[in-house]
Design a protein around this ligand. Structure first.
Ligand SMILES: [Zn+2]
Length: 122
């Protein structure tokens, strides 16, 4: 497993990334951003990173919440980086999986209000 993933495309719009972030400048709200890195130890050790950006929202949310997790993708039989974007500005949900080269291997997007697309809202 590589020590880090260099994501090459924005997890929301799939546009080109310039600064090695998870979201491009257009998708990331300006203003204070906070990053939390937490280590979750399950049956595989994985690292979860959360990025909270933009204005504060009710229930402790921020306008944009991004979660990045290294997970085993059973379909492709390898670990990939899964990035989930909860955007409360346009109420959209975007998810992208990246291989170790940083290319998107799979992605989907839909309405945040449609629980079938992302599971429980965080
Ligand atoms: Zn973008």
């Amino acid at each position: 497993m590589p020590a880090d993933w260099t994501v090459r495309a924005c997890a929301k719009c799939r546009g080109e990334l310039q600064r090695g972030l998870l979201l491009c400048d257009e998708c990331l709200p300006s203003g204070a951003a906070r990053q939390d890195a937490t280590v979750r130890v399950g049956h595989t050790r994985s690292v979860t990173m959360r990025l909270l950006a933009g204005a504060r929202m009710p229930r402790g949310r921020r306008e944009v919440q991004v979660t990045a997790t290294v997970e085993l993708n059973r379909e492709r039989g390898r670990e990939e980086l899964r990035v989930q974007v909860y955007d409360y500005r346009d109420r959209s949900y975007s998810e992208a999986w990246y291989d170790e080269t940083g290319e998107i291997t799979w992605s989907k997007a839909g309405a945040l209000d449609d629980p079938s697309i992302h599971g429980p809202t965080r």
